[in-house]
Design a protein around this ligand. Structure first.
Ligand code: COA
Length: 329
C-alpha cells in the first residue's frame, strides 16, 4: 500500500542469537524415558540450544539486536522504541530497559510484551501502529525466550520441546507499508491448557505473609495441537482475504516453530506446497517468542527472501493467543 507520508512500516534488517550448547534428543533420552525416534516423529525436533546457568534472555537479545542494528547501518541512539517479546524475562518487572541500557540506545523508550509464542507477531503489529501513527520512526522488535529454564526436566511431555534463542528486527518508517493485513486473537477460556503459573508459600505464619514463586510449564499437548491446527488456517485465510489476495500469491509461510506436524497440517489446510514453508525447528526446538524472528533471520541470511515476496507470519500458544501478519518483504 502506498502511503502519503513517511509512516509506512518496513522491516530493514534482521538478527538472531542462540546459545553455544546443543542438547540432542539422545541426551534427553538419558534423563527421561524417551527416544530420538519418538521426539523426531512426533515433533520434528532433533536438537535444541540451551543457555548456561547464569545466562538469560538479556545477553541473547543484546547479541541478536546488535546484529540487526549493524545490518541496518544505523546507530543504537537512532532507535526510538524497543519492544521485547518474552515470557521468560530476567527481571519480572521487564527486561527491555536493561537491553536498552546494554545497547546504549539511550533515546529509546522500552517495554516488554508478554504473550508467549504469539509475542513476536503481536509486538510487530504493535510496533507498526507506532510507525503508522507517526509517533516513532525506528523501532527494534525483539523476541527472546529461555524456556529451557522453566521446564521440569523430569517431565518427558514438555522437556523435549523447548530451546533458547533470541531474534530481532529493525522496523523503520518509509513511504511503503509492508503490512498488508494482520490480526490478534485470544481465547482466555483455554488458559489452563498451557501455563507457567505462579504459586505462593507462607513466609511468616504469624502474620500470614506469603511470597510467590513459579511452577514449571504445564501443557495439555493434545489440546494445544488441536487448537493450533483448527484456529490458524482460518485466521490466516481471513488475513489473506482482507488483503484482497489469494493463497497462490503467498511466497512464504513462517509459523511459530512449535511442531513440524502442526506446521505441515496448517500448510496442507491452506494448500500451500512444502517448498513455501520456512522451518528450522529441527535444530532449535520451540524457542517461543524467538522462533519466528530466528527463522526469519536464517531465511534472510540465506538470501531466499526476495523484495516483494508475500510472507505469512503466525504465532500461537499459551493464552490461548494466536496472531497473524501478512507482509510484503
Ligand atoms: N517420549 C515417549 N513417550 C512419550 C513422551 C516422550 N517424550 N511424551 C509423552 N509420551 C507418551 C505418553 O505418556 C503417552 O503414553 P501412554 O499412551 O502410555 O499414556 C503417549 O506417549 C502418547 O501421549 P500423547 O500426549 O497422546 O502424545 P501426542 O501424540 O499428543 O504427542 C505432543 C505429544 C506434545 C508431541 C503433541 O501433543 C504436540 O505436539 N502438541 C502440541 C504441543 C506444542 O506445540 N506446544 C507448544 C505450543 S506453543
Amino acid at each position: 500500500m502506498q502511503v502519503t507520508q513517511l509512516n509506512g512500516p518496513q522491516i530493514i534488517s534482521t538478527g538472531s542469537a542462540t546459545p553455544q550448547k546443543s542438547l540432542h534428543n539422545e541426551q534427553i533420552g538419558e534423563i527421561v524415558d524417551t527416544s530420538d525416534e519418538w521426539i523426531s516423529t512426533r515433533t520434528g525436533i532433533k536438537s535444541r540450544k540451551i543457555t548456561d546457568n547464569k545466562v538469560g534472555i538479556t545477553s541473547l537479545a543484546v547479541e541478536a539486536s546488535n546484529k540487526a542494528i549493524e545490518k541496518a547501518k544505523i546507530q543504537p541512539k537512532d532507535i526510538d522504541l524497543i519492544i521485547l517479546a518474552t515470557s521468560s524475562p530476567d527481571d519480572l518487572f521487564g527486561s527491555a530497559s536493561k537491553i536498552q541500557y546494554e545497547l546504549k540506545a539511550t533515546k529509546a523508550a522500552a517495554f516488554d510484551i508478554t504473550a508467549a509464542c504469539s509475542g513476536f507477531v503481536i509486538s510487530l503489529i504493535t510496533a507498526a501502529q507506532f510507525i503508522k501513527s507517526g509517533t516513532y520512526k525506528k523501532i527494534l522488535i525483539i523476541g527472546a525466550d529461555v524456556l529451557s529454564k522453566w521446564v521440569d526436566w523430569s517431565d518427558r511431555r514438555t522437556c523435549i520441546l523447548f530451546g533458547d534463542a533470541a531474534g530481532a528486527i529493525i522496523m523503520e518508517s518509509s513511504n511503503m507499508d509492508c503490512i498488508l493485513s494482520s490480526s490478534i486473537k485470544t481465547d482466555g477460556s483455554q488458559t489452563d491448557q498451557l501455563s507457567l503459573t505462579a504459586n505462593s508459600t507462607i513466609s511468616n505464619p504469624a502474620l500470614q505473609l506469603n511470597h510467590r514463586y513459579y511452577n514449571f510449564i504445564d501443557m495439555n499437548g493434545k489440546e494445544v495441537y488441536k487448537f493450533a491446527v483448527s484456529k490458524l488456517p482460518t485466521a490466516i485465510a481471513d488475513c489473506i482475504k482482507n488483503a484482497n489476495l489469494s493463497i497462490e500469491k503467498v511466497n512464504w509461510l513462517l509459523l511459530h516453530q512449535a511442531n513440524e506436524r502442526i506446521i505441515n497440517a496448517v500448510a496442507s489446510k491452506l494448500l500451500l506446497p512444502q517448498e513455501k514453508v520456512i522451518s528450522n525447528l529441527s535444530k532449535y526446538g520451540n524457542t517461543s517468542a524467538a522462533s519466528i524472528p530466528l527463522a526469519l533471520d536464517e531465511a534472510n541470511q540465506k538470501g531466499i527472501l526476495k523484495t516483494g515476496d508475500i510472507i505469512i507470519m503466525a504465532g500461537f500458544g499459551a493464552g490461548f493467543t494466536w496472531s497473524v501478519v501478512l507482509l510484503k518483504w
